[in-house]
Design a protein around this ligand. Structure first.
Ligand code: THU
Length: 132
């Protein structure tokens, strides 16, 4: 897998972000073991709490198409403040549901540089399906 391609997809779908309240646009590109890439953006709401993050939009699209196993996700988010936008805790927990923590790769970018992590690094000792 060419992770540059995955990053480009995340940056590209960021333009679709619906974020009139925060002004913080996020794009995500999720690489499934099937070989398909599912993209997602953050979608905000006037009532605030119904807001869904870009990562979970991508997971919802993928899982509803029958995907259950994933290799990597790229996250591109930057608003008025520069820097890397790491996945929030809720999104890390959703990753925990469908991804193998030591193997699943999370790549974040600020638009020019990128950093690569595993889910195990970003959610150490996470609670998942194997705990039930
Ligand atoms: N956001 C994401 O899309 N992904 C994250 O992991 C962090 C936060 C979105 C949610 C909201 O629309 C905006 O960024 C500001 O929190």
């Amino acid at each position: 897998m060419d992770f540059k391609n995955l990053l480009n997809e995340a940056v590209s779908v960021r333009d679709k972000s619906y974020s009139p309240y925060s002004g913080f646009k996020v794009g995500a590109a999720l690489y499934a073991k099937s070989g398909r890439i599912y993209t997602g953006c953050n979608i905000e709401n006037a009532a605030y709490t119904p807001t869904i993050c870009a990562e979970r939009t991508a997971f919802a699209k993928a899982v509803s198409e029958g995907e259950r196993e994933f290799i990597a996700i790229a996250v591109a988010g930057w608003g008025s403040k520069p820097g890397f936008a790491y996945p929030c805790g809720v999104c890390r927990q959703v990753m925990m549901e469908f991804c193998d923590p030591p193997a699943f790769i999370i790549i974040v970018t600020d638009g020019s540089e990128y950093r690569r992590h595993t889910l195990a690094e970003l959610l150490p000792q996470g609670f998942g399906p194997l705990n039930l």
